[in-house]
Write a protein that binds this ligand. Structure first.
Ligand code: KMH
Ligand code: ZN
Length: 302
């Protein structure tokens, strides 16, 4: 069976420092967590930046550049910079750092959607926010905007102009058809690396039937020209990605997607989640791909 790609999403833009003291915020913490995850077996590191003082998601180039060169220098892992940023950022903001850093990979969210994470936490009432209060309050009226024009712009500016390949984030079945549209327009290079995203309120729920159906439709639309990976928010993370691994897919872990290592226990590092899924996938008989193997599998510029 194909070797398995482990992506680790180090910090994201959703969880907050008040939810876990272990969420990496500063450049030192992001670097340390990223290198630990790579060492544990993550071939791909999915990266966002934070304001080191407040912990808020940051689109500032300086905040990205405070850790990207350090990770690159100390590790061979594939760097994948988010172009999703946060749902509260403009597309210009979201693209600033990726355009400067010219990573081998970046994320591309395949549609606009309502974006709330209530199902990802055990009890909504336990959400304690400081600066993120406006986010929660606005969450009931928040659209994560990714119009066809936005997507075409990211594909052009990052893919065509800078040679990046994409982690196509698909939160719903319609996003697969949108991806097919861009393939047909000639804006997308193969092979495709599609991230099926479960558990964001506004996208697919974490039901196994949805995973099956996503694979059936992706097989139909893309045949042998794609690989799928799975991420699932909160408590669904490990069960869902285990299912993906058993189905021949790839997996994403990381504190962006879940703060826990097991029910009721916070993960202290991103590496812990990588170690856990690595053990599971190796027990399932899958071999973990190295960064060099990942580059060959994904056709990266290197
Ligand atoms: N936060 C995840 C649900 C992005 O960075 O482009 C999806 C994500 C989006 O990783
Ligand atoms: Zn992300």
């Amino acid at each position: 069976m194909t070797k398995i790609l482990i992506t680790c999403a180090i910090t994201g833009s959703i969880h907050t420092p008040s939810m876990s003291p272990y969420l990496p915020i500063t450049p030192d913490e992001i670097t340390e967590h990223a290198l630990g995850a790579a060492e544990a077996g993550a071939a791909i590191l999915h990266l966002h930046a934070r304001n080191p003082k407040t912990g808020q998601p940051s689109a500032l180039k300086e905040d990205f550049m405070a850790f990207l060169p350090r990770i690159k220098q100390a590790s061979d892992a594939v760097l994948n910079i988010s172009t999703g940023g946060s749902a509260l950022m403009t597309l210009d903001d979201r693209l600033a750092a990726p355009k400067l850093a010219e990573p081998e990979m970046c994320s591309l969210n395949m549609g606009s959607l309502n974006f709330a994470l209530y199902p990802a936490v055990q009890k909504v009432s336990e959400w304690k926010f400081d600066w993120e209060k406006p986010f929660l309050e606005n969450s009931d009226d928040l659209v994560f905007k990714n119009t066809p024009r936005d997507m075409a712009r990211i594909l052009t500016e990052m893919g065509v102009d800078r040679g990046a390949r994409f982690e196509f984030e698909c939160y719903d079945i319609g996003h697969l058809y949108m991806l097919k549209h861009f393939v047909d327009r000639g804006l997308v290079q193969k092979p495709l690396f599609i991230q099926f995203v479960f558990g964001v309120l506004g996208g697919m729920g974490a039901d196994p039937e949805n995973l099956m159906h996503m694979k059936v439709i992706a097989d139909k639309l893309f045949g042998d020209d794609y690989m799928f990976s799975v991420l699932a928010a909160g408590r669904h993370q490990m069960p869902f990605i285990t299912m993906a691994a058993a189905m021949g897919g790839h997996v994403r872990v990381g504190l962006e997607d879940s703060l826990m290592i097991s029910r009721g226990t916070l993960a202290k590092t991103n590496a812990e989640q990588v170690v856990k899924i690595r053990r599971i996938v190796e027990d399932l008989g899958r071999e973990v791909a190295t960064p060099t193997e990942a580059r060959a599998m994904l056709g990266l510029k290197g």
